[in-house]
Unconditional design. Sequence first.
Lengths: 315, 315
Amino acid sequence: MDKKIIVVFQQSRVPFFSVRESHILRLRAALPAAEVIWCHSRDEFLAALPNAEVALTWRFQQEWFDLAPELRKIATPAAGRDFFAVTSVPERIEIKNGTFHGPLMAESVLGLLLAFNRGILTAYRHQLQGDLWPDHALLGARLISGTHAVIIGFGKIGQHVGRMLKHFNIRVTGIRRTAVSAADLPMWFESGDSVQPPACLHRVLADADHVIMLLPSDTGTDHFLGEREFECMPAHAVVYNFGRGNSIDETSLAKALRAGSIRGACLDVFQQEPLTAESPLADGNLPGLVRMPHASAFTEMYIERFIDECIEWLR
Amino acid sequence: MDKKIIVVFQQSRVPFFSVRESHILRLRAALPAAEVIWCHSRDEFLAALPNAEVALTWRFQQEWFDLAPELRKIATPAAGRDFFAVTSVPERIEIKNGTFHGPLMAESVLGLLLAFNRGILTAYRHQLQGDLWPDHALLGARLISGTHAVIIGFGKIGQHVGRMLKHFNIRVTGIRRTAVSAADLPMWFESGDSVQPPACLHRVLADADHVIMLLPSDTGTDHFLGEREFECMPAHAVVYNFGRGNSIDETSLAKALRAGSIRGACLDVFQQEPLTAESPLADGNLPGLVRMPHASAFTEMYIERFIDECIEWLR
């Protein structure tokens, strides 16, 4: 009897996102009936595809399906579909995206929300400038308790973030295209929390303290926030983007920050990544701008959690 | 019948910590049977003391008791007793410290813990230096889930901080001089959480990811953490101080940071405040050093919460 062949090609420029030997050993131990082939290059991966029944990979292209007649399952750690350049998936093949990102990303979202509002980033900037006691620079410090977060993109990750915000006594409004029936509302919703359709966006933004973007890139989300939306927000609002960079009109955002019409923007994702000097957000001294290099899920545990899900799925 | 006289002298160089007219109006509305006198200087306060039954103040001195024969109650927003230069309080007088700090400070503790561990502060430093995509500077980013916090000073504030840490799946060890009976352990304790006496400090520190200091200054807490204690900690440990500056030997801490024998120190309080250029921690580029200017409770709501407690107490 032939062994099921699992091909792993999980390389990234970021070490956190690359498979290591310990992960391969875990797969082999957990799935002794399968042969696990670890590929270190695209060429090795393409050479292994013809016999592969399962592929674990960051990227896939439409034409590769033709190389892989035995392929039945593809798993990717990505939460979004944008790394897969595929237009139609053969019926025989099931694709599974990672679903472990919520707890990882919630730590980064909460971290930025608290660091921005509690004056921590302001204090650190002053420290690095040689200021010994910048207490008067911190008079904009705010509590997050009692404030209102609008989470745009209220799927698995958005709902996990919302649940963590409740521990800090924050009112949550999710914005979501797909309607949610009363029975399917999150268990942790309290009076005042709600899910609203995009049609209500402008009304909801007018009352937002925190606007947390978690939209995918592949579903018509381009410039979901633009000039008009920044105008709707109160001057103390801060925008956070942990989804994809296309969802924000970066030129309008830079203008809003410069004009002080919103208080800040904490961004993990950008229209163009890595960021280039041509970006409207390249100026690191733009008022209220805090940038992360698409790092909200950086952790030694990243691939570990993905392997957990793969083992569960393939067992 | 004479009205009860409440004297308020609540000025600070930090606007958040100063009484405003709205607070005085709230007191008057809530306590119509009393006369509320708002003093704007120490002289006014001392002149009003002879008839005062209640004083709301940041500071008090031993000799002022003699000026105030009618005084029965003093309330201060401070959590610690160190702003009161008093050695013996007359029996007729009850002193009440604010007890509202936990939720305020927990936001700052969590904010620093997350910002440090998730690479947010590192990313921000690189941004300010003009780095467009510092992802390789963030390879030290860690999740806080699954880690271990040692909270030194496990009173009201420490226990509130601990409760918030549990939402992030952090194991909590409280260090506390006064023994806690099993029945008095916090309700939120889970398997693995514990309260330990100071005698266990070195053993507990060896296993700490986060060492959170919340000690008062007035009870023999000088240099509770010194050279020996920093040596006990693992190299990935980060120290946080939100208590009082005397509890850390700053020279030893600076040495430990410079040597990389611990990963960082996020400090809100210092031996000398405001910090001076002579401090061992004055160099803002010390590896892993993050300073706040005694600002962990900065919020517009600070005096508001104090007035809440005063009204409750005096009604």
